[in-house]
Design a protein around this ligand. Structure first.
Ligand code: SF4
Length: 298
């Protein structure tokens, strides 16, 4: 499928298609389509699910594929789509990982999306998204939303579990900026890592800071999923970063896919109450292309 030109572990590839139709319903973000402009991600989060074998990304941490013909493919495909449903990006890699600063592929994709009047939803951990605030504002005439993944307010933990991503403060500041510019902005609080980020204090502090920055919604999941080589990578890393933690996970969860925090029930109650008090939604306002102009809550 790919033609590779290897250069300094960045490969420019030609792909056959760029837009995937998502089977409905997408219960979190209301997406109809998904776009991945890169393959691989230099944010290197220890829990990243994209390392799972089912995605067949053999060298996720070592090589980034840049889909060099993505813009041509997108420009060709969008005018031919019957339903102007929300296009999501950021599920398999971060569209604003450091390479994007130089390459600008995400920016050019947003320009195509704006030109064709499609709604968009971006998931990222990077304040680089602020570079494209002009296009996001243009797209917001239809609908644009940016969701930041923030799993902890503790930078010393974040810098270990998300070593290539911008600081937590930078993410909160970006939220503030987007919110002030009228763009839907929220947080995915996931994963919550058992024994590492699953304290009530972390949850409270995160919601309070989110509220101060004008966040509109927070979507949470009270555990982490682990499978095959993603699990192997995760256990190896956390054992190194938090000595004894890898074996603790092995004892507690064995080979379970769903590794739920033992605090999950309490966390969920606190989360729901605290968000309610702060006026933060626990679901996202999504665009319904079949009911033009209307937003609904998932
Ligand atoms: S930013 Fe997202 S895609 Fe990139 S490594 Fe982290 S979890 Fe994976």
């Amino acid at each position: 499928m790919y033609h590779r030109i290897i250069a300094n572990m960045i490969s420019h590839v030609q792909c056959r298609s760029i837009l995937n139709r998502i089977s409905q319903p997408d219960n979190w973000f209301g997406l109809w389509y998904n776009v991945n402009l890169y393959r691989g991600c230099s944010h290197r989060c220890v829990y990243c699910d994209s390392r799972s074998e089912c995605y067949s990304i053999e060298n996720f941490d070592g090589e980034i594929l840049v889909k060099a013909n993505a813009i041509e493919l997108l420009s060709d495909r969008l005018p031919r789509l019957r339903v102007k449903g929300t296009i999501g990006t950021g599920s398999m890699n971060d569209p604003y990982q450091p390479l994007e600063r130089k390459i600008g592929l995400t920016r050019r994709a947003l320009e195509v999306i704006a030109f064709n009047h499609f709604p968009v939803h971006v998931i990222t951990k990077s304040d680089l998204v602020l570079r494209d605030i002009d296009i996001l504002k243009e797209i917001s005439k239809v609908y644009s939303a940016v969701t930041f993944t923030i799993t902890t307010v503790d930078n010393s933990i974040a810098s270990r579990i998300e070593p290539g991503a911008p600081s937590v403060e930078a993410r909160f500041e970006a939220i503030r900026e987007l919110s002030m510019n009228g763009i839907h902005v929220g947080i995915t609080l996931m994963p919550i890592l058992p024994f590492i980020t699953d304290s009530i204090d972390n949850l409270n502090a995160l919601i309070e800071q989110a509220s101060r920055c004008g966040v509109e919604y927070i979507i949470a999941s009270f555990g982490v999923t682990l499978r095959d080589r993603q699990r192997d990578y995760f256990l190896r890393k956390v054992e190194k970063l938090f000595p004894g933690m890898g074996s603790k996970y092995s004892r507690q969860f064995g080979s379970s896919y769903l590794c739920r925090s033992s605090n999950a029930e309490q966390l969920e109650v606190v989360f729901t109450e605290k968000c309610h008090v702060q006026g933060i939604s626990t679901s996202m306002p999504v665009h319904d292309p079949l009911d033009t102009g209307q937003l609904s809550l998932f």
